[in-house]
Design a protein around this ligand. Sequence first.
Ligand SMILES: [Fe+2]
Length: 274
Amino acid sequence: MAARAFAKRGVLGVQLHAELEILGGLAVLADAHIAVGNTFDGAVFVVELCEYVMPELDGAQFSRGRVAQRLAMTMDIRSHSRPKEIQDFIDGVRVLFAAETLTKEARALAVQIFALLEQPGAFRFETRERFPACDWLDSTLEPYLGADNAFGQVARSIKALDPFIGWFRRTTVTNASENFLEGHANGMICGPGGIEDRPDLQLGFTIMKPDVRYPDHGHPPEEAYVLMTPGQFRKDRGPWLSPGIGCGIHNLPGAIHAVRSDDNPFLALWCLKN
Ligand SMILES: [Fe+2]
């Protein structure tokens, strides 16, 4: 039975347990949207059902903590306040973009972006298309998950937000490696198409498999990156640089730049002012 059917019929117990294990949280919520006609009401309805049968739910895929977290996030969105997980991401990234290891220009851009983020945007609580490189996210974040610092906060918040991230890929391939399309994914947290959907800025990250070269590209918005893994940057077709974890680069509007991974996966945070 599809989740939409049990949402309509209110089926509980073993049947719901099985559905949750098969479908995982987000598919259930997406189906509930169809069943109830409204994403938020549907999400709350299904999560409340989960709470009801919680004693039967013991699978790692749908643990009590994850259900409670989903419910809290849903309720934040219903009340039009920013979900804690997005705020945690913003606060952690703000610390990383204030580091002395970045250039003055990068830090100045970040100050402008985080000032804009004092005002929340609109929230999108929905399942998104995922790409093959997204499968590298868990193992790339894993070393940071227990860290009591901004890297840890960013990693934990990305993991919590993972099901809702606005994934997209660049399709231009100038000088890119052959594995580029399958080897990368961009995750928008705040910005056009992001979980917090807004036109004025972009805050998110790029994940790449090992040995992927991102294409040479430029864009009107000014941009700054911070690395969470090893990785290389190149500006204005100059030499490749390895600034190191916690460091990054700053790109003026229109400047041509590229990144590439070594034999590790690559994860870099970025912020752009649109
Ligand atoms: Fe860029």
